[in-house]
Design a protein around this ligand. Structure first.
Ligand code: ATP
Ligand code: MG
Length: 716
């Protein structure tokens, strides 16, 4: 390091510098968690701008979440100042693709103001198509078809590319045809779904040389974070864009690939070297995030996966505390214990904003919410029950969408009778048939119907008001600030009054959410910009500005770090998930294990792992045994504790009264007090009902050890 070294290089280690300074040609940074991949990528971005290798607008930088994009922009901004302002191409795959697609929409038969559908809209639309094709939706659910279409889009397939075998997966071969019809319908609606953002851009780049060359010229440098989670369509898109200049730098970690269910392919890491011959591979081995105990626990766990690219990790930190594995009686106790730990942390002066509870599945968060509300511990839930997915928010957005784009039929259907205004199914069906016959959007068809006697006088009056309202609101679009307009719309439509009249506990929260929505809108210059933002907030981003504990899924925590991390619900059937166990085979289980690796490596100083002996899942109590992942943690780096001693005698008593459900099952060796109790006692007693368990003995891959796995639960 020299005295004149630029700020962005300071503190970086040799291989990190290499990743920053090798600006020309393909570079792949392959390294474990917390080794400074994102830090190096950020410095690289600063370097390219500061040395004038490219204008900010000439760099394409893809992050996994909108929040990551914002952070990167902030960090680069601190280094290069205002130059960072014009970074239009820094964002998630979806946001970048959406921006491009708006410019070239007509090339795939859309208009620039196309709507981006959410899952609800998508399902509603598919249901209509399924019904029209005379397929029994009960047998072939729309969600199944949505899943197929998603998968095909993730692979970059347009309907004509879906092969026969794949098409078979829905309604005996009707999948591809329905996919084609779905795409047609989207086009008439001037809409697209998430998968389309990439797929359409891919189609455009493949079929339109001019556009391809435009972007190949524009993007002097391309960078991708969390590369292990790109899907095929994203990969093809990157490859096309980078093919000309080949200045592409991807960073990732094969052990952190956790989105295969969304089409991510680790194989993209291996393809990189093939598609970009001469690519420089850089490995980072020093971990700056976690203590050796945390790191060793995570490494020991992930070592149980096969087919890894393999890597070394080391750190200069002091050992730190061991990973603390805690066995508790049930879910509520887990929440109580974690609440106590956090309060103790607070008393010691720790920042709870630097604390997170990570769960495998969304349903696990409620227990913590209940507890934290009871003890007055501020928390935020990230992901899952995302703000913009709440019913009242979606209703409000539907009103706004129609104002922005009167042809938005899905929005129309959503709110035409919400609040109830006497426009029932019959009336809506009539509007539909007029729309079909005249080839107009529903709102236009509705307006036309006011002059006919197709509707009952009552329905006609209601529809007249409805149509008139929208005309008036649209007229105000340029007069009022759009937050104001939204408030007006909610009042005049009767939506606010509907919630006020509803005296349920929920409705107060809903009104608050709507107030929050109008507040949020004010941050955007136009209604269009706001709606675009909403459709792109897939990941509800964690803001950490206030002192709150974060509760989130492990999936949402990717790339983040916290001083203290609580990992809850490490039980067979919760984590690894029941679905991964049912699936059998190794690949689902290995993905769960990578998820566990991601979870542990989010912690800087302290990591707790909890497992409960009893858990209520979907309203039913089940007994559970600790996750195999607990057993896979290396002994030397963990500390086990069980809080169940008090309940032991009761537990034992119940045990002796009943036949041993494991009588014909080989009993394995177990370890640790929590573990042993859970195995020998986990199924004996159930707080609310008697459970008969058909268990099976399985070897979990540890030689010389057989553990009991929950085979099937039978409730009486
Ligand atoms: P993940 O795989 O979880 O995404 P990562 O490899 O992207 O992790 P970063 O988030 O970039 O890792 O860095 C982890 C932590 O280490 C951050 O707090 C970062 O500020 C710090 N860090 C990175 N590089 C260095 C360095 N050279 N010196 C000191 N600290 C560093
Ligand atoms: Mg990272």
């Amino acid at each position: 390091a020299t005295a004149h070294e630029p700020a962005y290089l300071r503190g970086l280690n040799e291989p990190q510098r290499d990743a920053v300074l090798t600006s020309e040609g393909p570079v792949l940074v392959l390294a474990g968690a917390g080794t400074g991949k994102t830090a190096a990528l950020t410095a690289r971005l600063a370097h390219l701008i500061a040395t004038r290798r490219a204008w900010p607008s000439e760099i394409l930088a893809v992050t996994f979440t909108n929040k990551a994009a914002r952070e990167m922009k902030e960090r680069v901004g601190r280094i290069v100042g205002d130059a960072v302002e014009g970074m239009p191409w820094l964002g998630t795959f979806h946001s970048v693709a959406a921006k491009m697609l708006r410019r070239h929409a007509e090339l795939v038969g859309l208009q620039a103001n196309f709507t981006i559908l959410d899952t609800d809209d998508q399902i509603r639309l598919l249901k209509q198509l399924i019904a029209a094709a005379d397929i029994d939706e009960k047998r072939w659910p729309a969600r199944l078809l949505a899943g197929c279409i998603d998968r095909w889009k993730n692979r970059g397939w347009i309907p004509a590319q879906v092969d026969a075998g794949e098409s078979e997966t829905y309604a005996n071969g009707k999948g591809a045809e329905l996919y084609a019809r779905y795409q047609e319908r989207l086009r008439t609606l001037n809409a697209c779904d998430f998968g389309d953002l990439l797929l359409h851009m891919l189609t455009i780049l493949k079929t339109n040389r001019e556009v391809l060359e435009l972007y190949q010229q524009r993007f002097k440098y391309i960078m991708v974070d969390e590369y292990q989670d790109t899907n095929q369509s994203q990969y093809l898109w990157l490859r096309l864009l980078a093919q000309e200049r080949k200045n592409i730098c991807c960073v990732g970690d094969d052990d952190q690939s956790i989105y295969s269910w969304r089409g991510a392919e680790i194989a993209n890491i291996l393809r990189f070297e093939k598609d970009f011959p001469g690519a420089k591979i850089i490995r980072l081995e020093q971990n700056y995030r976690s203590t050796p105990n945390i790191l060793a626990a995570a490494s020991g766990l992930i070592a149980n996966n096969g087919g890894r690219l393999g890597k070394t990790l080391w750190t200069e930190h002091d050992d730190g505390e061991k990973v603390q594995v805690v066995g508790v009686w049930d879910g509520p106790e887990e929440a109580r214990r974690i609440g106590e730990e956090i309060e103790a942390l607070q008393r010691r002066g720790g920042h709870i904003a630097d604390t997170a509870i990570l769960v495998r599945a969304q349903f696990q968060t409620r227990e913590f919410e209940d507890r934290f509300i009871a003890i007055g511990l501020p928390y935020r839930i990230v992901g899952g029950f995302r703000f913009y997915e709440r019913q009242e928010i979606r209703d409000a957005l539907a009103y706004l969408r129609i104002i922005a784009q009167p042809a938005d039929d899905l929005a129309f259907e959503r709110i035409v009778n919400t609040p109830k205004r006497g426009l029932g199914d019959k009336a809506v069906q009539k509007i539909h048939s007029v729309a079909r016959a005249t080839g107009q959007p529903l709102l236009a068809a509705a307006a036309q119907m006011l002059d006919t006697d197709e509707l009952t006088p009552q329905a006609r009056r209601a529809l007249g008001n409805f149509v008139g309202d929208f005309a008036r609101w649209r007229g105000k679009l340029n007069e009022l600030p759009h937050g104001e307009l939204a408030r007006l719309v909610l009042d005049e439509s009767g939506y606010t009054a509907m919630l006020q009249a509803d005296r349920s506990a929920e409705s107060a929260g809903r009104l608050e959410n709507l107030a929050e929505l109008t507040r949020a809108m004010e941050e955007y210059e136009t209604l269009g910009a706001f709606l675009e933002h909403v459709s792109l907030v897939m990941e509800n981003d964690a803001e950490r500005d206030t002192e709150k504990v974060t509760i989130m899924t492990i999936h949402a925590a990717k790339g983040l770090e916290f001083g203290t991390v609580f990992l809850a619900g490490w039980e067979e059937g919760v984590f690894p998930s029941q679905r991964s166990l049912d699936e059998g085979g190794n690949s689902a289980l290995e993905e769960e294990r990578r998820l566990a690796y991601v979870a542990i490596t989010r912690a800087r100083h302290k990591c707790f792992i909890f497992h409960a002996a009893n858990r209520r899942i979907y309203g039913q109590w089940t007994s559970s045994i600790p996750s195999r992942f607990v057993a896979e943690l290396p002994d030397a780096h963990i500390e086990q504790e069980s809080s169940m001693s008090g309940g032991e005698s009761l537990w034992r008593a119940n045990w002796s009264e009943r036949a041993d459900p494991f009588a014909d099952v080989a009993r394995g060796t177990t370890r640790g007090p929590g573990w042993r109790r859970a195995v020998t006692g986990g199924f004996e007693r159930n707080p609310t009902r008697i459970v008969e368990v058909k268990a099976s003995a399985v070897s979990l891959g540890n030689p010389g050890r057989t553990d009991i796995s929950l085979g099937q639960r039978v409730f009486h």
